[in-house]
Design a binder for this molecule. Structure first.
Ligand SMILES: [Fe+2]
Ligand SMILES: [Fe+2]
Length: 163
């Protein structure tokens, strides 16, 4: 069954949102690079790549359901933060917003009686739990670290090991 126009439009918007997430994390990566927090920069680049993968998964899904993929404009992200904790707090807040967007897509799928999309979205629901958990864990560590330079160096080293 071909995807409905409403569902297609909603997913196309989500594709732009996933690319915006990639943009935001790349901006954070650039800022971390400029501050010489190379491990944090590495973590953010990996995160940006994951967001592109999320977008591509939607991309293939629309095609598989006989829909039309439309690439919408991506807004310019913020580029400067005061402290690593501000960037990671923004990342965490952003993931909560994305979770709300995915929940909105589930609502649309239910209204459209689109069980295939509802089922497909389960992957994103699980993924958002992980995304929120990872970001909030780092924010929590940064809160504990406070202004300890040693702590920051250790965390930066740890985040630099992300596969
Ligand atoms: Fe995502
Ligand atoms: Fe994400």
């Amino acid at each position: 069954m071909k995807i409905s126009k409403k569902m297609e439009t909603a997913i196309n918007k989500q594709i732009a949102a996933e690319f915006f997430s990639a943009y935001l994390y790349l901006a954070m990566s650039g800022w971390f690079e400029s501050e010489n927090w190379k491990g944090c920069a590495h973590w953010m680049t990996k995160q940006a790549n994951e967001e592109v993968a999320h977008a591509m998964k939607f991309f293939h899904y629309i095609v598989a359901r006989g829909g039309t993929m439309e690439l919408l404009a991506i807004p310019k992200p913020k580029a400067v933060w005061k402290h690593p904790i501000d960037a990671f707090s923004d990342a965490y807040a952003h993931e909560i917003e994305v979770t709300k967007m995915i929940n909105g897509l589930v609502d649309t799928a239910k209204k459209e009686a689109d069980t295939a999309t509802e089922s497909f979205l389960n992957w994103y629901i699980d993924e958002q739990v992980e995304e929120e958990e990872h970001a909030s864990e780092i924010v929590d560590k940064l809160e504990k670290i406070g202004e300890s330079k040693n702590g920051l160096f250790m965390l930066d080293h740890q985040l630099g090991k992300r596969e």
